[in-house]
Design a protein around this ligand. Structure first.
Ligand code: PLP
Length: 375
């Protein structure tokens, strides 16, 4: 099997697996006051330092662990938005774990505005500037789009926001950026930044939220007051330590260079064969490629490829689809046909050029077979 759906999830790495096995022995409650509990607490703080270091901040109190990026996004949004008449701005391309929070806020009566995307998938800066003419309390814009890999210039977007509204909160969903492209939350200037374990070969069910100043945040679940009182519930020590162990072994530059080569191979291949149009264009992460195949449905191609041992995706879970259409591609102005024919091919640092060469040949063959059936 050749797995090329790494934007959806990744295989747990050996370091992560070994760390989980080892840390079964650290079962003591980190909130306990006896020595063993304090030892576990210390390990959790070390884990925070490791992840904070990789995010470009050194203070372990700048990070809290959650059970997923979905939870981190919900916490950053619902935990920081106060009762206000000022507008809340989200991008049109956000992952459902942010986008559906925006819809919920709208349903609760907040003034919610969406920034359109350019045809290459980034947020439209001119449209954002126009939106900022109205008083703004909160902005949430993702770093790397999970459907197309488009990279938003977060530093610029934060600067534009804070120049007009120094007290506005800026949240960024960094799930598809962390561990893949350089991330430095301090230089980006964000208030909150979300990351997830399972996109980078750490376990599923562990996420984290960076906060420049957690005083801006209120909990959304209540209990024993763990994680600075912001995320109650006994800490998931095993997964926290595994997450940190994976981060400790990050090879961002090395993997990036390898994935650039893989990405170029795929782009050259499809450009030569002229069977699909590239939806990811200008400023994109090399880890994600979105293609629209002509005259076929992406889902059908994905299912046929699975029978041939190739796993690719049609994009984020169905919740991102409106009437079967992908919201991000729709916001980029893609036609209904382009949208229906879309697939996502996504890599990880563990992908190899050899397997991708095999996969592209099989994709070509399978597409031609499918085309013969439909025309
Ligand atoms: N944000 C982005 C950009 C994602 O790609 C994903 C996962 O697909 C999530 C959030 C949700 O992550 P999790 O599965 O950890 O909740």
């Amino acid at each position: 099997m050749i797995y090329l759906d790494n934007a959806s999830t990744t295989k747990l790495s050996d370091e992560g697996k070994n760390q989980i096995n080892k840390s079964h022995d650290f079962f003591w409650n980190p909130s306990a006051l006896y020595g063993k509990g304090l030892e576990v607490k210390r390990l959790i703080i070390e884990a925070k330092k490791e992840i904070c270091g990789a995010l470009g901040t050194s203070y372990s109190d700048n990070l809290i662990f959650t059970a997923s990026a979905t939870e981190s996004n919900n916490l950053a949004i619902f935990g920081s938005i106060k009762k206000t008449k000022e507008q809340l701005i989200f991008s049109q391309g956000e992952h459902p774990s942010v986008y559906n929070c925006a819809l919920e806020l709208k349903a609760r009566g907040y003034e919610v505005r969406f920034i359109p995307l350019t045809d290459s998938g980034e947020v439209d800066i001119l449209a954002f500037k126009k939106l900022l003419e109205k008083p703004t309390a909160f902005v949430s814009i993702m770093h790397v789009n999970n459907e197309t890999g488009a990279i938003n210039d977060i530093k610029k977007l934060v600067t534009l926001t804070k120049k007009k509204y120094p007290n506005a909160t800026f949240h960024c969903d960094g799930v598809q950026a962390f561990g893949k492209i350089p991330v430095n939350v301090t230089s980006l200037g964000v208030d909150f930044y979300t990351v997830s374990g399972h996109k980078i070969h750490a376990p599923k069910g562990i996420g984290a939220l960076y906060g420049k100043n957690f005083k801006k945040l209120k909990p959304i679940i209540f209990g024993g007051g763990q994680e600075l009182g912001l995320r109650s519930g006994t800490e998931n020590t095993q997964y926290i330590l595994a997450f940190a162990e994976v981060v400790k072994n990050f090879k961002i530059k090395e993997n990036f260079n390898k994935v650039i080569e893989i990405n170029k191979y795929v782009k050259d291949f499809f450009a030569r064969e002229k069977i699909a149009s590239l939806n990811s264009s200008k400023n994109t992460s090399p880890y994600i490629l979105s293609y629209s195949f002509e005259k076929v449905r992406g889902e059908t191609l994905v299912r046929m490829l699975e029978e041939e041992g190739i796993i690719i995706g049609t994009g984020s879970a169905c919740s991102s689809k409106k009437g079967g259409l992908n919201r991000t591609l729709e916001a980029m102005g893609k036609s209904k046909e382009q949208n229906q024919g879309a697939v996502r091919i996504s890599f990880s640092g563990k992908s190899s050029l050899e397997e991708v060469k095999i996969a592209t040949e099989i994709i070509l063959k399978t597409y031609k077979k499918l085309l013969d059936k439909v025309v």
